[in-house]
Write a protein that binds this ligand. Structure first.
Ligand code: SF4
Ligand code: F3S
Ligand code: ZN
Length: 103
């Protein structure tokens, strides 16, 4: 599961489409965590898709991650600023790849 303390335990190593990427990143095998308010651990995501289907405000978009060992697409929190903190995505992800921090 995603580390809920990732903001303490990791560093921001790059930006992707306006959101943080928390390392370590070593492409293509290691991709880190995308987003902060809505955070997706790309190294855990298996592209189940429940988060995209269930988010009422369409926070997520697929991104291609060729040659990642878990899946070759990931749910990117492209619109994390729109999140209404309903927690549905956290509940439906089968591998607990998502952390939402209303902070
Ligand atoms: Fe979407 Fe709700 Fe998840 Fe926010 S908490 S990203 S609104 S499903
Ligand atoms: Fe990935 Fe979980 Fe969504 S596996 S696609 S973050 S439901
Ligand atoms: Zn991203």
């Amino acid at each position: 599961a995603i580390d809920p303390e990732f903001e303490e335990n990791r560093d921001v190593v790059e930006q992707h489409d306006g959101h943080n990427v928390w390392g370590p990143v070593d492409e293509p095998e290691e991709l880190g965590i995308h987003g902060t308010h809505v955070a997706v651990d790309f190294d855990i995501c298996i592209a189940d898709g429940a988060c995209l289907e269930d988010c009422p405000v369409d926070v997520f978009e697929w991104v291609d991650t060729p040659d990642h060992p878990e899946s070759e697409i990931k749910a990117d929190p492209a619109h994390e600023d729109q999140c209404i903190d309903c927690m549905l995505c956290v509940d439906v992800c089968p591998v607990d790849a998502i952390d939402v921090d209303p902070g």
